[in-house]
Design a binder for this molecule. Structure first.
Ligand code: NAD
Length: 437
């Protein structure tokens, strides 16, 4: 099944401009906590690439794609293969699934240690309808063998839909040009390709988009604040810039993406940033769950990054990302300003609340979104598009295409580089101060 990457029925870019409808009617969202009508017929064969947290859940957060696929597809779901070099990890999760009520989806799942192995040994009767990529980002977004999973899928499984986790890549900055070349191949293939920027699928976010579009106002400013709960982040690679590229590219990316969703394209040349580093007095953390001494000093991550930029529209944006909170819950807020409007999204990961101030009223309306699950909505929406179920011209559309996700990736790299530049400049000027005093 072949469709345009953003939507077959809509303009192909999502730039946050009111000229381009980029929202879905929140009333159309299905709820994860209520029975889902099973659409379509026959088995829906899926290949999961990666058997880790995002695919099968963990105590790090609410992500767990397998659960959403089970809810959406019910008995139609057939996970034909799980690909993960950590075979034992894949065996453990499959064993747990096979001992549960969703066993029929997994009882014939085969485990492969690589996509190559799967390609060599796949069975003709188990043709996949879709791939879900939840492996670490260093294995995608590139043209280099072993890091080119999307291109391999396009080559060996033409037309088969792909859902891929964010960030779209993690390589050296100078590979961004190659990444856009991969994006072009994905777009030209016409495959249904969705990237996991799930916050775009929050009801609250769609409501914000609607308010701006319906009142025909232009975004003047976005203010993003993202505070993760670092105590709950136990993966050593997350703390190592040489592996994950740091918290803006790996995590703050969600709010960089959301900022772009509202503000439009960023003028990359305007990005400025400052950071608080691990070896500055204020950067000391007392509840690390990993042993940071095992990470080379130059690869340890910033504790705070504060960035600002201009959008191509002239609007201004800012982001403050902190690695400061303990416990489990993140504290995140995004404010969007337009003439007469303040739209303030609070706590999008845990219990989204939207405060809306409109012209003619100095007080905020408060909106809550009980039972909203953006992880479910992004999967549900993508499956509906793969199955071409919606014939409504206002049908769901993919809110994060490969090309769009590449722009977010480029933007996050610009923030990281700006903060590193500023740090170098500070070091240089303090060295000059010392020699002149
Ligand atoms: N959207 C979200 O909120 C969200 C949340 C968590 C993770 N993620 C993203 O999902 C991706 C995976 O994160 P995670 O937390 O599941 O990591 P994880 O480390 O828990 O799991 C990754 C799995 O991939 C396997 N793997 C490694 N190389 C592979 C390869 N070449 N092919 C297939 N599998 C391979 C690993 O063995 C591991 O089992 C990352 O890009 C991350 O940023 C997104």
């Amino acid at each position: 099944m072949i469709r345009d990457t953003v939507s077959a029925k809509r303009p192909t870019d999502s730039r946050g401009s009111s000229a381009v409808p980029t929202s879905i009617d929140p009333a159309k969202f299905q709820r994860m906590d209520q029975p889902t009508a099973v659409c379509g017929t026959g088995d829906f064969n899926v290949v999961f690439i990666g058997a880790g947290n995002v695919m099968f859940g963990s105590d790090e957060g609410p992500w767990n794609h397998s659960l959403r696929f089970e809810q959406k597809l019910g008995t139609r779901l057939k996970v034909v293969a799980v690909i993960d070099p950590a075979i034992e990890r894949a065996e453990i999760v499959l064993k747990a699934k096979c001992g549960s009520s969703v066993a029929p989806a997994y009882q014939n799942s085969r485990i492969f240690e690589s996509l190559d192995e799967y390609i060599k040994n796949k069975s003709e009767v188990d043709q996949p309808r879709a791939f879900v990529i939840g492996s670490p980002p260093m294995f995608r977004g590139s043209v280099h063998p072993g890091r080119d999973v999307e291109l391999q899928i396009l080559k060996h499984f033409p037309g088969v839909a792909v859902f891929c986790e964010k960030p779209i890549a993690t390589g050296p900055k100078d590979e961004i040009t190659e990444l856009f070349a991969v994006a072009k191949q994905v777009k030209d293939s016409g495959v249904v390709f969705s990237v996991g920027y799930m916050l775009r699928y929050l009801k609250a976010v769609q409501m914000m988009k609607r308010i701006l579009e319906e009142n025909n106002v232009t975004v003047m400013c976005t203010v993003a604040r993202y505070a993760c709960a670092y105590e709950s982040i136990a993966k050593p690679e997350w703390w190592d810039k040489s592996l994950s590229n740091g918290p803006i590219i790996e995590q703050g990316t969600h709010f960089c993406d959301l900022s772009r969703y509202f503000g439009g394209e960023v003028d990359i040349s305007t990005v400025a940033a400052n950071s608080l580093e691990w070896n500055e007095t204020a950067g000391h953390l007392s509840k690390l769950r990993i042993d940071e001494s095992k990470i080379a000093p130059e690869n340890r991550i910033s504790r705070v990054t504060s960035a600002n930029w201009k959008y191509e529209s002239g609007a201004v944006g800012s982001l403050t990302h902190t690695v400061a909170l303990q416990g489990v819950n993140y504290s995140c807020e995004l404010e969007v300003f337009a003439d007469g409007y303040q739209l303030k999204l609070v706590n999008p990961y845990v219990e989204p609340i939207l405060y809306v101030r409109r012209p003619g009223d100095d007080f905020d309306e408060t909106h809550q979104f009980e039972g909203d699950d953006p992880f479910f909505t992004e999967v549900s929406n993508w499956i509906d598009i793969v199955e071409d179920i919606e014939h409504d011209p206002k049908a769901p559309l993919i809110l994060s295409s490969f090309t769009d996700a590449c722009k977010t990736y480029e933007f996050t790299w610009a923030i990281r580089e700006a903060s590193e530049r500023s740090l170098q400049n500070r070091k240089k000027s303090s060295a000059v101060d010392k020699t002149t005093s």
